[in-house]
Write a protein that binds this ligand. Structure first.
Ligand code: SF4
Length: 486
C-alpha cells in the first residue's frame, strides 16, 4: 500500500542511566516507518534548560550532528519525534518537537495524531493576536497553555489540563518542562502509546512497543485513553515512578466524555510494525488472522499467493496457510526507495511506486497468482502492479485485500487523500475489479476485520474510513490537516 501516511511517532525517555538522547534516537529509529520527512529530539538537563535538535530527514541523519551538550550526562530526560511528510510545506519549521519559552519557562512538545478542531481554535487565537510560527495543529496546545499562565499562577500542569480540555480528535502528546515530562493520550485513544521500564532504571514512552527491545525496556502497559502521566524531576534527579495526574475518563479534563474507545484499526492493518503490540494485540497475530479470515470469506482458485511487500506480507501468509497454497515472493523490492508516500507530489510518488516493486518473471510466469495487499487507496498503484504482473507472464491475477474498501476520509491522524480520490468512494468492488483488470477481487469484511482483534470488543475500534461512522463529528472542511490547511 502506499498513498497514505500518518502523522508521526513519539519516543520519550526519563531517568535512564545510559545516554538519554541515544535511547530516544533508538526508539525513534525503531519507529521510522511512522514518518520519514523530519525528526527531532529535545532534552532537559540538570540546569532546567531544554535543548532542541531537529531537521528534515531520517533519524540516522539527525544523529550525525547532534550537539555535544545533548549527549552529556547532565541530560535527565528527552522527547523525540518522527514526522510524516505532507504534500505541501515540508519546512523544518514544522518538524517536532516544538520548543518555546512560555513566560521564560521552556516547554517542548511532540504530538502524534490530528487535533480535529485545530483550525477553529487557531483562527480564534489569531483574532486575539496570537502569532503562529508553524503550520502544525500541535502549536495550538502551546498557545492555549500560555493563555492560562496568569490565571493558574504559572502552574504548567494546570495550563496543560486546561489546554487539552479544549481539544478534539486524536492526540498523543509528550511535553518536556523544567519540572519533568508529561504524557497525554486523548480520551478516545485513537493512536497507540505505551509505557516501558528500562532495565537499570528509567522509563520510556513510545507510540509502538517495537521501541522497547532496542532500548532494553520491558513493556509495562498502555497509557490509558484520557490519561495524563507526569514523570517529575526533583533536585536534579528523576523520580522513580510516574504520577498519574489524570487517569481514565471519570474526570472532566477532556472535551469528549462519551466513555467510549476509538482505537484506530488501521494501525493493525497497515501502520504499526508487526513486532509491536498495539491496543493490547500483537500486530503480527492480527495480520495473520486477517489473512486467514480473508481466505475464509474470499478463497481464490489460484496456483500461488504473492504478498505485496512489506505490509501485505503477514496477511498473505495467513491467507496462504488457511487455503494450503504456496506463498512465493512474486515481487522484488528495492529497499533504497523507502515508503512511497514520502515523496512530495503525485508525479514523483508514481515514479517511486514503479521503482519500488518489480515482478519476478521466473516466479510467476504461467501461474495463476493471487496478490494479497493491505489496502487499495486511489487504485493507481495497484493498476501499475497488476499490469506489470501480466507483462511478466502471470496467467491470471486475483487480488485480496486484508481490510474493507476505503470510502471515507480520516480526521484522526492518517493522511488519506480526499474522499473523492478514494477509488472505493466512487466505484463498487465489481467496478474496481474491472478498472484494475483483475480476474477476481475480494475485500475483508468489516465484521471479519473486527473479529481479528482479541484485546477489545468490536465497538472499541474506529472504523470510520471504512464505514463513515465517525466516533466524533468530522471537522468543518478545510479546517484540519497538520502542516497544510490550518
Ligand atoms: S478513520 Fe480509519 S484511519 Fe482514521 S482513525 Fe479511524 S480507523 Fe484509523
Amino acid at each position: 500500500m502506499s498513498q497514505v501516511g500518518e502523522y508521526c511517532g513519539l519516543c520519550g525517555v526519563i531517568g535512564a542511566e545510559e545516554s538519554i538522547s541515544a535511547l530516544v534516537a533508538e526508539g525513534l529509529f525503531a519507529q521510522q516507518h511512522r514518518g520519514q520527512e523530519a525528526s527531532g529530539i529535545a532534552t532537559l538537563d540538570k540546569d532546567e534548560e531544554i535543548l532542541l535538535h531537529k531537521k528534515n530527514g531520517l533519524v540516522s541523519e539527525l544523529m550525525l550532528d547532534l550537539p555535544e551538550e545533548m549527549k552529556s550526562d547532565k541530560i535527565l530526560a528527552g522527547i523525540g519525534h518522527v514526522r510524516y511528510g505532507t504534500f505541501g510545506g515540508s519546512s523544518v519549521i514544522n518538524a517536532q518537537p516544538i520548543l518555546v519559552r512560555m513566560a521564560d519557562i521552556p516547554v517542548a512538545i511532540a504530538h502524534n495524531g490530528t487535533i480535529s478542531n485545530a483550525g477553529v481554535i487557531r483562527r480564534s487565537l489569531q483574532r486575539k493576536g496570537h502569532i503562529f510560527q508553524t503550520n502544525t495543529d500541535t502549536e495550538i496546545v502551546l498557545h492555549l497553555m500560555s493563555r492560562e499562565l496568569e490565571d493558574t499562577d504559572y502552574n504548567i500542569e494546570k495550563c496543560l489540563q486546561l489546554a487539552i480540555s479544549k481539544l478534539e480528535g486524536a492526540f498523543c502528546l509528550l511535553l518536556l518542562v523544567p519540572q519533568g515530562m508529561y504524557v497525554v493520550r486523548d480520551s478516545l485513544g485513537f493512536r497507540p502509546l505505551s509505557l516501558g521500564k528500562i532495565a537499570g532504571g528509567g522509563w520510556i514512552i513510545a507510540s509502538e512497543t517495537i521501541a522497547f527491545p532496542v532500548t532494553d525496556a520491558e513493556y509495562v502497559r498502555e497509557v490509558k485513553p484520557g490519561e495524563m502521566l507526569f514523570f517529575p524531576v526533583e533536585d536534579g534527579k528523576t523520580c522513580c515512578e510516574p504520577i498519574s495526574t489524570v487517569s481514565g475518563r471519570e474526570q472532566v479534563l477532556f472535551s469528549d466524555n462519551s466513555h467510549r474507545n476509538a482505537f484506530c484499526i488501521f494501525e493493525h492493518v497497515y501502520f504499526a510494525r508487526p513486532g509491536s503490540y498495539v491496543f493490547g494485540d500483537s500486530v503480527y497475530d492480527v495480520r495473520i488472522e486477517m489473512g486467514r479470515q480473508l481466505a475464509r470469506e474470499f478463497p481464490a482458485d489460484c496456483d500461488m499467493v504473492i504478498p505485496v511487500p512489506d505490509s501485505g506480507m503477514f496477511a498473505a501468509m495467513g491467507f496462504a496457510r488457511e487455503l494450503g497454497l504456496p506463498l512465493d515472493m512474486g515481487f522484488t523490492r528495492n529497499h533504497y526507495v523507502g515508503r512511497t508516500f514520502i515523496a512530495p507530489g503525485h508525479a514523483t510518488r508514481a515514479a517511486m511506486v514503479m521503482r519500488k516493486l518489480q515482478p519476478i518473471p521466473e516466479a510467476i510466469k504461467g501461474k495463476r497468482v493471487c496478490v494479497v495487499e493491505d489496502s487499495i487507496v486511489r487504485g493507481t498503484t495497484s493498476i501499475a502492479r497488476i499490469k506489470a504482473l501480466r507483462e511478466a507472464g502471470a496467467l491470471e491475477v486475483h487480488m485480496r485485500i486484508s481490510c474493507p474498501p476505503h470510502k471515507h476520509a480520516c480526521y484522526f491522524g492518517i493522511d488519506f487523500p480526499e474522499e473523492t480520490s478514494l477509488i472505493a468512494n466512487k466505484y463498487s468492488v465489481e467496478e474496481i475489479k474491472e478498472i484494475l483488470n483483475l480476474d477476481s477481487l475480494g475485500y475483508l469484511s468489516v465484521d471479519g476485520m473486527l473479529n481479528c482483534m482479541s484485546a477489545h470488543p468490536p465497538e472499541d475500534y474506529c472504523t470510520a474510513c471504512f464505514t463513515g461512522d465517525y466516533p466524533v463529528a468530522p471537522p468543518v472542511k478545510g479546517s484540519i490537516r497538520s502542516g497544510r490547511q490550518l
